[in-house]
Design a binder for this molecule. Sequence first.
Ligand SMILES: [Fe+2]
Ligand SMILES: [Fe+2]
Length: 213
Amino acid sequence: MRRLEREFWKAVEAVRDEAFRRRVESFLRKAFKRLEGEGLNFFEAPAGRSQHHAYAGGLVQHTLSMLKIALAMVENLARHYGFKRVNRDYVIAGALLHDLYKPLTYRVRENGSYEFSKLGSRLDHLTMLVADAGKAGFPLDFLHVLAASHGEWGPMPPRTLEALIVHLADLADSRFAGQIGRAAQNVLKGRGKPVPSTLTVKEALKIIVEDEA
Ligand SMILES: [Fe+2]
Ligand SMILES: [Fe+2]
């Protein structure tokens, strides 16, 4: 099993409430099976077609990165503000599930780039996720975390702390990664070098520091 795949399942284990964790696990297993058959493997899928993490493996990289940002926010509320009443389980599971159905919306073109699948050109990943999570019996406040993960750009603005944290962590990680990519492209452009349309976050970071050196 690849490193990020192991890290993903480890994060599932960090959900403390046992009944909730079981529900999360079985939902994930069912979803992964469906993705294998209908779309792209979750661990090989991109997180976007062009904006951020638009390369194979980008989705799991984004998911785990935004989970870490979200947990840092939970930690900060507790340590800096003395506020300890955030449902950590909902934050963890919300992060892990928030983009779970994205691979259903993509198709790989022959040249390796991504385009919308037929399904993805008719339904967005959140709508499909919330519908299935509702059927799977998740609590309403957890469904809200998923439904509100796109913030003001989605069907529902965040109305709980858990939803707000998951949304902001998602936004922070995707914007940060997107802008790191564009900064690296600008560096290459400035040097008159060829500019690849997608760079991994790690490649982009390397280009930026080498320019600073
Ligand atoms: Fe999303
Ligand atoms: Fe996301």
